[in-house]
Design a protein around this ligand. Structure first.
Ligand code: IPE
Ligand code: IPE
Ligand code: MG
Length: 236
């Protein structure tokens, strides 16, 4: 029991450092992203084995659209290729895949592929894997605010609570992250889950994402297990 309570229910990761990993090896940045997909595969497996129920990964931010066109299109292609390549494996391993973010900015072809894999893995009960693509925390808060405003206009008696607001975010129904990991030595949120990380525990590691594998995940979980979560209260 003690052990169970110390495994975070939801781990979120800002996967950073692919470009630097490639540069250190004299390779193209895209090769860092390709190696990063291998880390994703290993970390999903390790998280499911550890009993984590939700693993969410920041794969592409709204701001990442401002990178050179060549890198953006390579990332979109890699994303599509990985979705297709991993589909069967996800199904066999009980992984329910969801993609959250500003889907309107993705190509029709990619959106169709995402729909297909989301549907095919819907019954996956071991772990939910959420990929945040074309996502930013401010975008999410803004789109939720517009929906709340419309509800208030339609019903003047409606006074929204924090829970009502959460229900309009793209993460509606997903528990807030217990643990947020950011790799590559950067210690910032970069417009990620701004609302949802209100009481999340943060672990920063210098490890670059392509080098982040099972052992690194278990280290971060061990670090989380030492934390004392108080939620503003006094420890009794
Ligand atoms: C993270 O690695 C992946 C994405 C943001 C898509 P980076 O591409 O940011 O790698 P660095 O930070 O330049 O090393
Ligand atoms: C954050 O990494 C976004 C993702 C990992 C998808 P960035 O590399 O884009 O963040 P900054 O620019 O260093 O803050
Ligand atoms: Mg980066």
């Amino acid at each position: 029991m003690e052990n169970q309570t110390r495994i975070p229910q939801h781990i979120s990761i800002i996967m950073d450092g692919n470009g630097r990993w490639a540069k250190l090896r004299g390779k193209n940045r895209v090769e860092g992203h390709i190696e990063g997909v291998r880390s994703v595969r290993e970390v999903v497996r390790a998280a499911a084995d550890a009993g984590v129920r939700y693993l969410s990964l920041y794969a592409f931010s709204e701001e990442n659209w401002n990178r050179p066109e060549q890198e953006v299109s390579a990332l979109m292609e890699l994303f599509a290729k990985s979705l297709l390549g991993e589909k069967q494996d996800l199904i066999e391993n009980g992984v329910h895949l969801r993609v959250l973010g500003n889907r309107a900015r993705l190509s029709a072809k990619l959106n169709a592929l995402i729909d297909e894999v989301e549907e095919a893995t819907e019954a996956g009960a071991r772990i939910t894997l959420i990929l945040f693509v074309s996502y930013s925390g401010q975008w999410d808060i803004l789109q939720a605010s517009k929906k709340i405003a419309a509800k208030m206009a339609a019903d003047p008696a409606f006074v929204p609570s924090a829970d009502d607001f959460s229900a309009q975010l793209v993460t509606a129904g997903v528990p807030d992250p217990d643990l947020l990991i950011r790799t590559s030595g950067e210690e910032r949120l970069s417009n990620y889950l701004l609302w949802q990380c209100a009481y999340t525990e943060f672990v920063f590691t210098d490890t670059l994402w392509p080098d982040f594998r099972k052992e690194a995940l278990m280290e971060a979980i061990a670090c989380y297990a030492q934390r004392d979560r108080r939620y503003g209260k006094i420890k009794t």
